[in-house]
Design a protein around this ligand. Structure first.
Ligand SMILES: [Zn+2]
Length: 328
């Protein structure tokens, strides 16, 4: 196994945590982008699905051990796992074995911070025991979630229902273990939510002050490095034009301030440093890309990041429209 990767400053250390992978419809993952364009970056299988990591983030500060997102968990049926091509082991889950490999026990986690409550981000929050009962997967943790996201998840309307499963959050609420906070709240000193609406109205990215550098865990605002171009927005997003505004605002600031950007779903890219696109314009490109291959069976695309081994630079093209892509 390669050495675990990390970023560390005076204030915090971050390490990615593998919670397994899944395969989702490539068309849904890239929204209005035509397949001939996206398939060059994300090769699809015979069912038109593309591989996605579930890469959580462990943040250790002086004050607390924080786990950002928790993957899919162990509660779903074999049929569900087959539809979504889930690979996350079972008992123990991949998340648990990955944490153990980093020397972290579930009871060491002080805070579980959810970016949003979709099953592939918050399913690992609860565990089903052999007797069928549900318990918090992290016995000592407080679970932090945006209040708006929680209320949205409970709407149970036809468009969003498939993404939210009550077993992932209602048992925590019933046990008074769910801490519902305003959008953009501080989670622990040096770790805070950044409200990035669009994927859901109260979707949160998470900004970590490493001490000397900032890292933004983008979650589903920009699920893979291939989604950095501004119009490359998931069909799953409930408010895609709001996603566009969130991306413009956040990526500009990230590039201006040289933030690290961490990708939850990218099968190859863990993080990279945001830099302004060559020649100006909006969005950002990546420098100092750190790779971590997490999705078994994933093929590398022929354009964009992740098509070769080792660190690369500036492989993500600027995000100012599809025309450039079509021309290229
Ligand atoms: Zn989501």
């Amino acid at each position: 196994m390669p050495d675990p990767i990390f970023l560390e400053g005076d204030r915090a250390r971050v390490r990615p945590v593998d919670a397994g992978s899944l395969w989702l419809d490539g068309g849904a993952m890239f929204g209005v982008v035509p397949k001939p364009l996206w398939v060059r970056r994300a090769p699809a299988d015979g069912q038109n699905r593309i591989p996605l990591a579930m890469r959580c983030l462990l943040v250790e500060t002086e004050e607390a051990t924080v786990l950002i997102d928790v993957g899919l968990g162990n509660k779903e049926s074999d049929k569900f796992k087959s539809i979504y091509g889930v690979s996350n082991d079972g008992d123990p889950t991949r998340l648990e074995t990955s944490l153990e490999a980093l020397g972290v026990k579930p009871s060491d986690v002080d805070v579980v911070a959810g970016t949003h409550l979709h099953f592939d981000h918050f399913g690992g929050s609860t565990t089903r025991g052999t007797d069928g009962s549900l318990r918090p997967s992290f016995p000592s943790a407080r679970y932090v979630v945006s209040r708006g996201e929680y209320e949205f998840a409970r709407l149970d309307n036809e468009r969003i229902r498939a993404s939210y499963m009550a077993d992932n959050f209602e048992p925590l609420a019933a046990a008074d273990r769910l801490e519902l906070v305003p959008d953009g709240s501080e989670i622990v000193p040096g770790v805070r939510y950044v409200h990035t609406p669009g994927h859901t109205p109260h979707h949160q990215s998470i900004l970590v002050d490493l001490g000397g550098a900032q890292l933004l865990f983008l979650a589903d605002l920009v699920p893979t490095a291939a989604h950095l171009p501004l119009p490359w927005i998931m069909g799953y997003d409930v408010e895609p034009l709001v996603t566009l505004e969130s991306k413009k605002r956040i990526l500009r600031r990230a590039a201006d301030e040289g933030w690290w950007l961490a990708f939850e779903h990218d099968p190859f890219v863990a993080w990279g440093r945001a830099v302004p696109p060559p020649g100006g314009g909006s969005g950002c490109t990546l420098d100092d890309i750190e790779e971590q291959a997490l999705a078994p069976g994933a093929e590398r695309g022929t354009s964009g990041p992740g098509q070769g081994p080792g660190k690369q630079s500036s492989q993500v093209r600027p995000g100012d429209g599809l025309n450039r892509e079509e021309a290229g």
